[in-house]
Write a new protein. Structure first.
Ligand SMILES: [Zn+2]
Length: 260
């Protein structure tokens, strides 16, 4: 009897050595910051692409600078995504840029535009939507985009421009890795607002273990970059690592997704 009790002692003394606790101790907090609208806006292009924060560059296709910005980003070690313009419910047609995905297009036209868009942004490993509150609710359009993403081994980030988006359910159905944006950083153009939104990103990351923010390189690019750079100490203090977006997919990406 005594001998039996002795054998139990190590387990009573070290109850913390369970798998659950080990996971908790080693769990890394990771956040990704996608900067949209490269290829177009010039506001913060250099600040981000020559900066030290590993943002992910979402590049608009078919613009004068699509290729140059994608190559610049890649050369400096930044992850690149295609920022696919999609028709919104409100907004000017000119905000969409050339060859957007609109709901009047046939399935074949959508397919062709998505394939061309991917071609026009070298090094892209993923895709997110620019605007799109109308088109992301159209099941056939979204299905075509997700099918092409699957064929080209691109993951998808739902920018979250409509609560009625079909991206999550169709990506799940077709087995395409997808994550959703948590926070917009610069819907008000001031660096103090961006800092406030970065704190929101930090809090969400602390709760979920990972968080995704989207900012913009164009009109708000300067204040956005300043706000992000000013927040890096706070992220270090909270032990949150800012990483390229692909690092947030827990084991869902294979090698073929990560080779542009
Ligand atoms: Zn955009």
């Amino acid at each position: 009897m005594k001998k039996f009790a002795f054998l139990l002692i190590p387990f009573l003394l070290f109850p913390l050595h369970t798998n659950a606790n080990e996971t908790k101790v080693t769990k890394e907090l990771k956040a990704a910051i996608i900067i949209d609208d490269f290829g177009g806006g010039t506001g913060g292009v250099r600040d981000f692409l020559e900066g030290q924060i590993p943002i992910t560059a979402a590049v608009m296709p078919f613009t004068e600078n699509s290729k140059a910005h994608a190559e610049w980003a890649h050369k400096n070690g930044f992850e690149v995504m295609v920022h696919l313009p999609m028709e919104p419910k409100r907004g000017k047609r000119s905000w969409l840029g050339p060859k957007p995905i609109t709901v009047d297009l046939s399935k074949e036209e959508v397919r062709q535009r998505v394939e061309e868009a991917i071609k026009s942004v070298p090094y892209a490993v993923g895709l997110n939507n620019h605007m799109g509150s109308r088109a992301v609710e159209d099941e056939e359009i979204v299905r075509t985009i997700v099918e092409v993403a699957k064929e080209k081994n691109l993951f998808i980030i739902d920018s979250g421009t409509s609560p009625g988006t079909k991206f999550p359910e169709i990506a799940k159905e077709l087995g395409v890795p997808l994550l959703k944006r948590d926070v917009f950083l610069d819907d008000i153009s001031s660096s103090s607002y961006v800092r406030k939104q970065m704190i929101r990103l930090a809090k969400i990351t602390e709760i979920k273990g990972r968080g995704i923010a989207i900012g913009h390189v164009g009109v708000t690019g300067k204040v956005c970059s300043v706000g992000i750079f000013q927040s890096t100490d706070e992220f270090k203090r909270r032990n949150i690592k800012i990483v390229p977006i692909s690092e947030l997919f827990a084991g869902e990406l294979t090698q073929k997704h990560l080779v542009p």
